[in-house]
Design a binder for this molecule. Structure first.
Ligand code: COA
Length: 377
C-alpha cells in the first residue's frame, strides 16, 4: 500500500482549481472570488456561466454575444427527441438526461479535445441544450407535444416555457434564475470530480458530462432534493418531526437535505433559498411543508448541530420547486441544468493542465490463490 487510505477521499487535494471557493467552517461559497449572495442578488445564470467558463464577468457586449450563442445552441437534433420518445415513460428523467447527453456526442462528434475553440463551443452547447432535453422528456412522458425553444426568453424562462407551454411571469423567472445561479458550481463535489476524471482521459465532452449527470443523480448528491420533499411529505406535520428525528438518529439513518462533506455550518445556498422560499410563500401562500421543514431544521440543530450537521442546498430547493408546480423527479435534472456550467468550466480547466486521474488502492484481497477446476469447487 502506498500513501494513506482516506475513505471518500475526504480532504484529499486532487487538483488545483480557480473556479469555486468554499469555506466550510464559515459557510462561504464564491464563484471566481465573488460571493454567492452577491451573484444571487445581481447576476443571471447566463452571466454566471460566462464567469465560470471565462474566469471573469463579461462586458455588456460579451454577455450579449454569449447569450446569442447559447440561444443558437438550444435546439437539439430530431434524433435526440426520437431517442427520448423511445425511452420508457416511467424512467427517471435523470437517466433519460444522461442518455441524451451521451447521445449528443454522436451528433456532434468531437473525439479530439485539443481544440480550445471546439471545446468552448461544446461547453456552450451542453449548457444550452440540457434544459431542452429535460423539458422534452417531461412533455413526451405526459403525451404532450415537444416545444421548440423561444429565443425571446432568457435561459430560465425558456426552460419553464418549454416545460409548461406558458411564459412565466418575471417573479417566477427570477426565482428559477436564482436557483440556477446557486447550483452552478461547488468545487470538487462528486459529480464535478466524476466529470474531471472522465475528461482527464481526453474523452469527448458529451461522455464527460454524461458521467457527471450520472454521478449527480444519486441520493447522497443531487438526488437528495427530491428525497427531501418525499421525506417532508412522509413526516406529515410539524408535531411529527421530533419523533421522526429520534427514530432516524437512533437507527443511524441519514436525514435527507442535512449534512455536507465540506460545510460544518448551514450551507450558504440554503440560507439564500430559505429567504427566497419565505418570500414566495408570503406572496403566493404558504405550504404546510414549509412549517415542517422549519421545525425539522431547528429540531435537527439541537440533535445534530454539535456534529456540524445543518441544512444543505437541497433542503429548501424542493419547497420552492413544489410551489412552482414542478414535478418532484425534475428537481435533480434542474440541478443538472445549472451545474453543467460548473462541470464544463472544470472540464476546460482540467484540459489546460491535464494528467489522467489514476489513484491507487489499499488491496485487501488474496495475493496467493490457485485456480481450482470447476468440478472440484
Ligand atoms: C452529504 C453527505 C453524503 C456527507 O457525507 P459524509 O461527509 O461522508 O459524512 P458522514 O457520512 O461521514 O457523516 C459524518 C457523521 O454525521 C452523520 N450524518 C451525516 N449526515 C447526516 C444526515 N443527513 N442525517 C443524520 N446524520 C448524518 C453520520 O451519521 C456520521 O455520524 P457518526 O460520526 O456518528 O457515524 C451526508 O451528510 C448525507 O448523506 N446527507 C444526506 C444526503 C444529502 O442531503 N445530500 C446532499 C448533499 S449537498
Amino acid at each position: 500500500m502506498s500513501g494513506d487510505f482516506v475513505p471518500g477521499l475526504a480532504g484529499v487535494v486532487a487538483a488545483k482549481s480557480a473556479i469555486g471557493w468554499i469555506n466550510g467552517l464559515e459557510g462561504i461559497l464564491r464563484y471566481r472570488g465573488i460571493g454567492i449572495e452577491e451573484l444571487a442578488e445581481h447576476s443571471s445564470f447566463e452571466e454566471v456561466s460566462y464567469l465560470l467558463l471565462m474566469g471573469r464577468l463579461p462586458t455588456r457586449d460579451e454577455l450579449s454575444a454569449f447569450d446569442a450563442q447559447l440561444k443558437a445552441y438550444r435546439a437539439v437534433p430530431d434524433g435526440i427527441t426520437a431517442i427520448l420518445q423511445n425511452l420508457p415513460k416511467d424512467g427517471h428523467p435523470m437517466v433519460a438526461l444522461q442518455s441524451a447527453v451521451a447521445a449528443l456526442g454522436t451528433f456532434y462528434q468531437q473525439m479530439d479535445v485539443t481544440d480550445r475553440d471546439g471545446n468552448q463551443a461544446a461547453a456552450l452547447r451542453l449548457i444550452a441544450s440540457m434544459p431542452t432535453i429535460v423539458a422534452a422528456f417531461d412533455r413526451i412522458r405526459k403525451g404532450q407535444t415537444v416545444l421548440a425553444p423561444d429565443s425571446d426568453l432568457n435561459h430560465a424562462a425558456n426552460f419553464l416555457y418549454m416545460l409548461t407551454g406558458e411564459r412565466p411571469d418575471e417573479k417566477v423567472t427570477r426565482l428559477i434564475d436564482v436557483c440556477l445561479v446557486l447550483h452552478a458550481e461547488h468545487g470538487f463535489n462528486a459529480s464535478t470530480f466524476t466529470g474531471r476524471v472522465v475528461g482527464s482521459t481526453m474523452a469527448n465532452p458529451y461522455s464527460t458530462i454524461a458521467g457527471a449527470v450520472g454521478s449527480l443523480s444519486g441520493p447522497l448528491h443531487g438526488g437528495a432534493n427530491e428525497r427531501v420533499l418525499h421525506m417532508l411529505r412522509d413526516v406529515g406535520s410539524a408535531d411529527a418531526v421530533a419523533p421522526f428525528l429520534e427514530t432516524m438518529i437512533s437507527t443511524k439513518q441519514k436525514i435527507m437535505g442535512l449534512g455536507h462533506r465540506v460545510y460544518r455550518v448551514k450551507d450558504p445556498r440554503a440560507t439564500v433559498l430559505q429567504t427566497m422560499a419565505a418570500d414566495l410563500f408570503s406572496s403566493h401562500g404558504s405550504t404546510p411543508l414549509y412549517d415542517i421543514a422549519h421545525t425539522l431544521e431547528s429540531e435537527a440543530a439541537k440533535r445534530l448541530g454539535a456534529k456540524g450537521i445543518y441544512p444543505n442546498v437541497d433542503f429548501y430547493s424542493g419547497l420552492v420547486y413544489e410551489k412552482l408546480g414542478i414535478e418532484v423527479d425534475l428537481y435533480t435534472p434542474l440541478f443538472a441544468i445549472s451545474r453543467v456550467a460548473g462541470w464544463t468550466a472544470h472540464w476546460l480547466e482540467q484540459l489546460e493542465d491535464n494528467r489522467i486521474y489514476r489513484p491507487t488502492q489499499h488491496y485487501v484481497g488474496s495475493t496467493d490463490s490457485s485456480y481450482v477446476d470447476i468440478a472440484q469447487r
